[in-house]
Design a binder for this molecule. Structure first.
Ligand SMILES: Cc1cc2nc3c(=O)[nH]c(=O)nc-3n(C[C@H](O)[C@H](O)[C@H](O)COP(=O)(O)OP(=O)(O)OC[C@H]3O[C@@H](n4cnc5c(N)ncnc54)[C@H](O)[C@@H]3O)c2cc1C
Length: 464
């Protein structure tokens, strides 16, 4: 279905760049920020402080018409376009040098229909804002674990978090999406409207256009969920990792168990496990009990915590502006050889902020056939990735090198697959690893909706 426009698109082909910029500004309800503006330096920044790009223009859109306006202008100029919502992409693909950033972060309308259990959410919302609005009605859908992440990038690449094993990926809960395509059309996509395009939006990322709003299926939840967390000393980490592997693989769908190698403020290393039960509190206690009983943790806690608080619990670990690098891969299990490699490499972490993370997937995510959506790696059990975090550019090499070494050491034990949203700038082969057998179909949809690869600053699928 084509959504009627309120304003006419610009044609502008015969005009000078300067006059076109002026033509763009009055047509916008939102804000245009140029390099000469005082707001520019802040406006060009993204979550990862290691990204330092200088676009020629940043368009803060206020409405879908603004998005059409910006796309049409950029096309008329042959201008490189980056699309930004939450700004969390680790590789900094949502900002560019010289081109135009089309930013949706100010488009934050959300309406929740508690009877039909549906939310319509504009693309500029972050997870914290989305969770707060849906939990106000005792509802939720799968989102990630950091409140500052954008719903847009997260959903378009898949989206997993504490509810994924019970309710599937964020994109599995999509009912419809409104999108501006490369030719400036506004389309509503759903299972019946532009179904191939709608299929491609289930993990295919920002390749097909700019999504302005998502419609999600919601589920009753909370307000409080049971969370069990334990911390094991590093000299117990080998056994604790074996336990984690077995415990997480036997978990019911309601249980999501994430873990990490961490360094405590004292400088000691440790293995932390956190289990969250998305069901009745009493039932959760029995399910989490084996975790609480295992070994001799140096710390352990079992608590009922409001879902919104659980969702923001890790936010302070990932503030905007620090330097970040990570490299991810999926595992089906944590083999003994992988444990040795991980413990050995983590011990060489160049600073105390750096982490090795396991994020559990599986459950309902794994029961969706791999070709039902672009997100192909449905059979994975864990997403495993080192996260290097530092502040001084002189430490770039040591931190990036450490994360790559760790990734290489675990590589023999991985499925070979990767989550598109956790890819850095890793080349075409790795994009194919994310999409597997779905790549050719994605390339065909790309050819239909974006034949010139106008949207190419992403995990790029070439029109085919
Ligand atoms: C601290 C942290 C925690 C994370 N935790 C999780 C997690 O628990 N689960 C999980 O699944 N992922 C997680 N991620 C990964 C996250 O899903 C991706 O980084 C995602 O791209 C972020 O979306 P964004 O809108 O914030 O990003 P942006 O940087 O704004 O966008 C990323 C890319 O998405 C595309 N895009 C963005 N907005 C639009 C739009 N409106 N229309 C079309 N394309 C668009 C563009 O190609 C853009 O380059 C995490 C990331 C971080 C940094």
């Amino acid at each position: 279905m084509e959504i009627p426009r309120q304003t006419e698109a610009l044609s502008g082909r015969s005009q000078s760049p300067g006059s076109l910029t002026e033509q763009l500004r009055p047509g916008l309800r939102g804000e245009l920020v140029l390099p000469t503006d005082a707001a520019y330096d802040r406006a060009r920044r993204v979550w990862n402080g290691a990204i330092d790009k200088r676009p020629a223009a940043i368009v803060f859109c206020a409405t879908p018409d603004d998005v059409v306006h910006a796309v049409t202008y950029a096309r008329s100029q042959g201008c490189l376009v980056a699309v930004r919502s939450g700004g969390h992409n680790v590789a900094g693909l949502s900002v560019c040098d010289d081109g135009m950033v089309i930013d949706l972060s100010r488009m934050k309308k959300i309406s929740v229909d508690p009877q039909r259990r549906i939310a319509r959410a504009e693309a500029g919302l972050n997870l914290g804002e989305f969770d707060a609005a849906t939990q106000a009605h005792g509802l939720a859908t799968t989102m990630g674990v950091n409140g500052d992440t954008g719903i847009a990038g997260l959903t378009l690449g898949g989206g997993f978090g504490k509810l994924g094993r019970k309710h599937g990926l964020s994109c599995d809960n999509l009912i419809a999406a409104e999108i501006v395509t490369a030719d400036g059309r506004m389309l509503r996509t759903s299972a019946s409207d532009h179904p191939e395009l709608f299929w491609a939006l289930h993990g295919g990322g920002g390749n097909f256009g700019i999504v302005t709003a998502f419609e999600y299926r919601l589920h009753p939840l909370g307000p409080a969920l049971l969370v069990g967390s334990v911390l094991h000393a590093y000299n117990q980490a080998r056994e604790a990792m074996r336990f984690y592997d077995e415990f997480s693989r036997g978990a019911p769908d309601e249980l999501s168990v994430d873990a990490a190698l961490v360094t405590l403020p004292s400088g000691e290393r440790a293995f932390s496990i956190a289990a969250c039960y998305a069901g009745p509190l009493e039932a959760g206690e029995a399910v989490i009990a084996p975790l609480m009983k295992f070994g001799s943790p140096v710390e352990s806690r079992l608590q009922a915590i409001p879902y919104i608080q659980i969702q923001s619990a890790g936010d302070s670990l990932f503030p905007r502006g620090r330097r970040y690098y990570w490299k991810a891969q999926f595992l089906r299990e944590i083999a003994d050889g992988a444990i040795d490699a991980l413990l050995d490499c983590y011990a060489k972490a160049p600073n105390r902020s750096s982490l090795l993370v396991f994020q559990q997937v599986g459950g309902a995510i794994a029961r969706v056939p791999a070709s039902d959506s672009p997100y192909a790696n449905r059979d994975a059990a864990l997403d495993c990735f080192p996260i290097a975090i530092w502040d001084d550019p002189v430490d770039d090499e040591a931190n990036i090198g450490w994360a790559r070494d760790l990734w290489n050491a675990v590589r023999p034990f991985s499925t070979g697959g990767v989550y598109a949203n956790n890819l850095g700038d890793e080349g075409d082969e790795r994009v194919r690893d994310a999409y597997g057998g779905n790549y050719a179909r994605l390339a065909a949809v790309k050819k239909q909706y974006d034949p010139t690869n106008f949207f190419r600053l992403n995990q790029n699928i070439r029109p085919g």
